[in-house]
Design a protein around this ligand. Structure first.
Ligand SMILES: CC(C)C(=O)C(=O)O
Length: 517
């Protein structure tokens, strides 16, 4: 027997747009709908709520026109209301042909919000479904608050479903509106309805208030559900809906007899697009799509991956159009560094590898995260340090920068074994530092090279705590040479470059010409 096909209805553009602060423009909705249907291959999309606004009408018109041209109008759905046909008029204007009719799935909601009897509600629903059919609009029916209905008024839910079973509708949609179900309840409730209504198409709509959305989706599939409502990045009202990426991966990997049409390799692109359009950032630890979820940080994991991929699970990043990464930081081992070097096409000897690893650990201690992009800078810095032993050291310094006052520097520098302490002001902190240094050197009758160029770069793709590389070009007589310093603080990186210059000229006075480093 083949696998059971589970239909996926994506509601990013309707429930997902109910994420606080999110509103998609016409072209954004159209682009997302196209990607969902054509790239990601969801079966259906719910694109809006009827009668929301003129803007929403324009969105739905654009999506419907494109869908009609591309033969997929029946896969475009709109949330509609029991409102004497007003939603139907709106949908006709928009050009859509499937309504997801919002009705009451718990006695509590029916009694306190609509203040109607079950029979009144059923009569109105029958009228709307009939009217829709006459206008060529097909109906699916939502039972809002269904999960609480099953908990507290199951006789109402069953009476209502018995009524719906006789209506000309395509699907019954079972929402856990408040995201309160446990996986055990989900399995029991859906199992009961599956047994009672074997012929009716049932959809499950999970919310994530207890972070159980994906777990509940899995139980719903096991209990025989026909379709699932999911959203990209788990967007949606309050804590959101069951996230499409996790639900799809879990069905594919953890269930034996169910399958979905989703193209896994498109998940990440769609996820990033929705992130950009919605302005809702994906948490870095969000399964499948978060920035960090395919990054091994501990050295022991990178080492294990070198030995028969010991720390891999079935969630291989390549499935989702992503790549495994090995973080650089204080918990990195040599294996992490080597993996990153491979990525850059570089190879170091054992001794340099050790030094670079040590340096990465030191930097990681100061800065939470060192990136692969930082690595070439770190390597060149460490290898440059191999050239000259650091004999002259700037032992300590205080730099000040205060509004209304000239920047100043107080430094202690050891020259030829003797400690000199100086204080000076300057046009900036580094200028003040250089003035204090010049004073210390003039006491030793040594003239410092002049600074002729000062260049700062940060590693590409990094944030404000990025590593800074400062390259300073010096002029000593007729000769110029450059030194480089690396640190997460820009002034400190310039001071490191200067300390290298001091050591370079020290070598020169001992007969070694300073080389560019
Ligand atoms: C609007 C309804 C269908 C909903 O999203 C829910 O009940 O969760």
């Amino acid at each position: 027997m083949g696998n059971r096909k589970i239909e996926i209805m994506d509601t990013t553009l309707r429930d997902g747009e109910q994420t606080s602060g999110v509103s998609f423009s016409v072209s954004e909705k159209l682009t997302i709908a196209q990607l969902l249907l054509e790239e990601l291959r969801v079966d259906r999309v719910e694109v809006a709520s009827a009668r929301v606004s003129q803007g929403e009408l324009d969105c739905v018109k654009a999506v419907a026109a494109w869908a009609a041209d591309n033969g997929c109008l029946d896969r475009i759905e709109v949330l509609a209301f029991v409102d004497n046909g007003l939603s139907i008029g709106w949908m006709e204007q928009a050009g859509v042909r499937v309504q997801n009719l919002l009705t009451k799935g718990s006695l509590n909601h029916l009694t306190h919000q609509l203040r109607k009897t079950p029979q009144q509600h059923f009569d109105e629903i029958a009228t709307v479904i009939d009217l829709a059919a006459k206008k060529g609009i097909r109906s699916n029916v939502y039972l809002e608050d269904w999960s609480n209905g099953m908990r507290h008024s199951p006789e109402y839910v069953l009476q209502y479903l018995d009524f719906l079973a006789l209506q000309p509708i395509d699907r019954i949609m079972l929402p856990d509106t408040l995201g309160v179900l446990t996986p055990t309840e989900t399995a029991a409730f859906i199992g009961t309805l599956r047994a009672r209504y074997p012929q009716i198409h049932l959809d499950f709509h999970a919310h994530n208030d207890y972070d159980l959305g994906t777990a509940n989706v899995l139980e719903a599939v096991k209990a025989g559900i026909d379709g699932l409502h999911l959203t990209v990045n788990g967007m949606g009202e309050r804590a959101g809906n069951a996230p499409l990426a996790s639900a799809v991966a879990a069905i594919n990997d953890l269930l034996d007899d169910a399958e979905v049409s989703i193209k896994e390799s498109a998940i990440y692109t769609v996820s990033k697009l929705v992130e950009n359009f919605s302005g809702v950032r994906i948490p870095t630890n969000k399964p499948i799509v978060g920035d960090n979820v395919f990054t091994q940080t501990a050295g022991i994991h990178a080492d294990g991956d070198n030995k028969n991929n010991l720390y891999f699970n079935d969630l291989l990043p390549e499935r989702f159009g992503r790549k495994r990464k090995y973080a650089l930081g204080k918990t990195s081992g040599k294996a992490n560094i080597e993996k990153n070097l491979q990525e850059l096409g570089l190879k170091l000897n054992e001794e340099d590898l050790k030094k670079v690893t040590q340096r990465v650990i030191e930097l990681g201690d100061k800065k939470e995260n060192v990136t692969t992009e930082d690595l070439p800078y770190i390597i060149s810095d460490v290898l440059a340090n191999n050239v000259h032993e650091e004999q002259i050291s700037v032992e300590s310094y205080v730099l000040t920068h205060a509004k209304g006052l000239r920047p100043s520097a107080t430094i202690a520098v050891r020259i030829n074994g003797k400690l000199f302490e100086e204080h000076a002001q300057g046009d900036g902190q580094f200028d003040a530092f250089m003035n204090a240094l010049t004073m210390a050197y003039s006491k030793n009758d040594i003239r410092l090279p002049g600074l002729i160029d000062y260049n700062v770069r940060i590693a590409p793709g990094s944030s404000s705590d990025a590593l800074c590389e400062t390259t300073i070009t010096w002029q000593a007589g007729k000769r110029t040479f450059s030194t480089r310093g690396l640190d997460s603080d820009q002034t400190v990186s310039a001071i490191k470059a200067t300390q290298k210059m001091l050591n370079a000229i020290r070598q020169e006075t001992r007969g070694t010409r300073p080389e560019p480093v």
